[in-house]
Design a protein around this ligand. Structure first.
Ligand code: FAD
Ligand code: MLT
Ligand code: ZN
Length: 455
């Protein structure tokens, strides 16, 4: 089959308007959010139903053309954009949010529904969704399942995998597997939905999922405290977690990052004088005494006089912006190398303190901006300066994380950015087991070739 015949078939399936071949129309789907990864697609197709997804996959299988599933394209490891010549399968039109069960606290979301849309629907039903992250207006539920996205509330509610009750997905040959709505308790063999969480588009295309919701908590407080070093902030994070069952986010950032955010987003410093390291804590609960309890916990840790606290929506939002806007502030400075690692909490401060020196050793001109979800041992090391394909700083930081007993990807995934590190992190036996699963689900290897495993 010629490329032209193949494109005619794709147009028959999704309609002329939803098969994009013009370079200008494809462009936004061909470069990732960081601008570090890009490639050209044969076409971008936008199916509207699981049936159309299945037909597209059947056509791609028959033609032996690779497929890159894509949601909001906010992924940070290059897995959502083509390497060259694939079909980008955009799931954005599968955006329904329905079958909300307000008694059970569950809803069904199409793969293309944004996180914000799910959060709103949960709120209308008197619940909340357990995962939250800064890209909420663009990141899709399908992409979040595929990356097993984490975000700021993992310490309380877990990552995406923990929210899954049921799923619908399409295999490479067009077979639809459906377990919807799905049950809270369901021990009928392998957890296929759980396997899709973190599969990064390499096993199947997720078209819909059933999600559990969590109780809406009426009272919330956010505090930011300053520290001389990461060790102090990490100790305080552990202390807060031990003292307060209402803690649902513990975030760390440094003064270098704060400086960037303040400049980029025109925000004011939370504390005077400025401090080298900051810890943001959010408590949420049903108790009216929530803020008093947070204050008492901060006082018990010797932070009562220095921390700034807000329990009104505007004040909380202002404090959260200082942490959440790091990603865009770093992106505004250049094309970052984003190294998302996790280490045991006991090594967290060491990771934060040692990373900048290792970066400078690998590239004397590079700048490092560090922040992270300290409650989960997750450190985000962002490096500005090295060329996109220069991996010296990546190797230095990922090597440090592995050496400290950690993981080379806490929440962003492997994508194409860390393919060579999967083996070093997980070892031969685990990677062979993963390859066997890949071969069983996608024997021709058309789904996201080059992601997770080198082709
Ligand atoms: P995409 O970027 O489109 O795709 C990501 C991966 O999933 C790719 O491998 C793609 O092939 C695959 N995929 C997409 N849709 C499907 C599907 N339907 N079926 C099968 N595979 C699919 N991540 C976190 O974990 N925590 C954070 O706190 C966080 N904060 C962020 C803040 C900002 C400002 C930005 C830009 C990103 C952030 N991210 C975070 C990263 C990103 O938002 C997540 O990885 C998110 O899950 C990606 O969703 P997406 O819809 O944009 O997926
Ligand atoms: C975050 O925690 O802000 C996100 O994971 C995005 C990033 O690492 O920049
Ligand atoms: Zn993060």
């Amino acid at each position: 089959m010629t490329d032209e015949d193949f494109l005619v078939r794709l147009r028959e399936i999704v309609g002329e308007r939803h098969c994009l071949t013009e370079p200008g129309m494809r462009a936004g789907h061909e470069t990732d959010w960081t601008r570090r990864f890009s490639g050209s697609a044969l076409a971008v197709v936008r199916p509207a139903t699981a049936g159309e997804v299945a037909a597209v996959l059947r056509a791609c299988s028959a033609a032996g053309v690779g497929v890159v599933p894509q949601g909001g394209n906010t992924g940070l490891v290059g897995g959502s954009v083509p390497r060259g010549g694939e079909v980008v399968l955009s799931l954005l039109r599968l955006a329904s949010v329905d079958d909300v069960d307000a008694d059970a606290g569950e809803l069904t979301a199409g793969a293309g529904a944004t996180l914000s849309a799910v959060q709103s629907a949960a709120g209308v039903a008197g619940w909340e969704f357990g995962v939250d992250l800064g890209a909420r207006d663009s990141a899709t539920i399908g992409g979040m399942v595929a990356t097993n996205a984490g975000g700021v509330n993992v310490m309380r509610h877990g990552p995406m995998r923990r929210q899954l009750l049921g799923f619908e997905a399409v295999l490479a040959d067009g077979t639809i597997i459906r377990r919807l709505p799905g049950m809270v308790k369901d021990n009928t063999g392998y957890d296929l939905g759980g396997l899709l969480a973190g599969s990064e588009g390499t096993l199947a295309v997720v078209t819909a999922v059933r999600l559990r919701l969590v109780p809406a908590l009426a009272h919330r407080s956010v505090a930011v405290a300053g520290f001389a070093d990461a060790a102090g902030a990490t100790r305080a994070a552990a202390g807060l977690r031990q003292r307060l069952s209402s803690v649902q986010a513990l975030e760390l950032f440094t003064d270098a990052g704060l400086e960037l955010v303040m400049r980029h987003a025109s925000l004011a410093a939370p504390l005077a004088p400025r401090q080298p390291v900051y810890l943001l804590v959010e408590a949420a609960g049903t108790e009216r005494t929530l803020t008093d309890d947070l204050v008492a916990a901060l006082e018990a840790l010797g932070l009562g006089d220095t921390a700034v606290i807000a329990d009104d929506p505007d004040g909380r939002h202002r404090l959260w912006q200082l942490r959440e806007r790091h990603t865009e502030a770093v992106n505004a400075e250049g094309v970052p190398h984003k190294l998302d690692v996790s280490v045991p909490l006991a090594r967290y401060a060491e990771m934060v303190e040692r990373a900048p020196a290792l970066v400078v050793e690998a590239d004397p001109a590079a700048r490092t901006v560090i922040y992270g979800h300290v409650g989960d041992g997750n450190v985000h090391v962002n490096v500005l300066g090295p060329a996109p394909d220069d991996e010296a700083v990546d190797d230095a930081i990922l090597g440090l994380a592995v050496g400290l007993g950690g993981s080379v990807s806490a929440e962003h995934g492997i994508g194409v950015a860390k393919v060579d590190w999967l083996l070093r992190d997980r070892g031969e036996a685990a990677v062979s087991a993963m390859r066997a699963i890949k071969a069983a689900w996608d024997p021709a290897g058309i789904l996201n070739p080059g992601v997770l495993f080198r082709q």
